[in-house]
Design a protein around this ligand. Structure first.
Ligand SMILES: *[C@@H]1O[C@H](CO)[C@@H](O)[C@H](O)[C@H]1NC(C)=O
Ligand SMILES: *[C@@H]1O[C@H](CO)[C@@H](O)[C@H](O)[C@H]1NC(C)=O
Ligand SMILES: *[C@@H]1O[C@H](CO)[C@@H](O)[C@H](O)[C@H]1NC(C)=O
Ligand SMILES: *[C@@H]1O[C@H](CO)[C@@H](O)[C@H](O)[C@H]1NC(C)=O
Length: 140
């Protein structure tokens, strides 16, 4: 993988959703973020959904999935906010094969081996059944 390839990888920025009442989390958030376990089921879902979204938006022939979680935090603020730093790596599964992502092995070290660092901030409001992705960025 040369530098050229790396530069061609899209920087993903996703901002979607939005609350009908126009509230946004500001600096005056009541609860502070606290670390949560990597095994947390809510966290696992956030990371899996992020991988699906990454794959949907990338031009890569292969699927990527999370390979490491470096920071996992939750914040209680009018719902639940997740702040996660994780790595996403290329798997051996081709997109066109519609594989179950959870079962895809990572590429072995070599030409196709590649990892990006992602940061996501996601806010869920369970009683409104709403999820707002505030930040989602992946970079080499
Ligand atoms: C994938 O992206 C397309 C357009 O880019 C969008 O219409 C579609 O809903 C997305 N699918 C998922 C599962 O996010
Ligand atoms: C929270 O996790 C981060 C990253 O793993 C770590 O650097 C930090 O020390 C942890 N903070 C607490 C209070 O445990
Ligand atoms: C994918 O595989 C995992 C683990 O084997 C399983 O828990 C999950 O239900 C599967 N998902 C789909 C959509 O088949
Ligand atoms: C929340 O959304 C999910 C998925 O869109 C849907 O299956 C579920 O019925 C909804 N629940 C409520 C309470 O609206």
């Amino acid at each position: 993988m040369g530098l050229k390839t790396l530069l061609l990888v899209p920087l993903l920025t996703v901002l979607e959703g939005g609350l009908a009442d126009g509230h946004h989390p500001g600096r005056s958030m009541p609860g502070s973020p606290y670390n949560i376990s990597q095994d947390d089921s809510g966290l696992q879902q956030v990371v899996l959904d992020a991988a699906y979204r990454y794959n949907n938006q990338s031009n890569d022939a292969f699927l990527f999935r999370a390979s490491a979680i470096h920071r996992a935090q939750r914040q209680i603020v009018k719902g639940v906010r997740y702040i996660v730093d994780f790595d996403i790596s290329r798997t051996v599964c081709r997109k066109r094969d519609n594989s179950n992502l959870s079962n895809c092995d990572f590429q072995p070290v070599g030409r196709l081996h590649q990892t990006f660092q992602c940061h996501i901030e996601l806010w869920t409001i369970p009683w409104l059944n709403e999820t707002v992705t505030q930040v989602f960025l992946c970079k080499p």
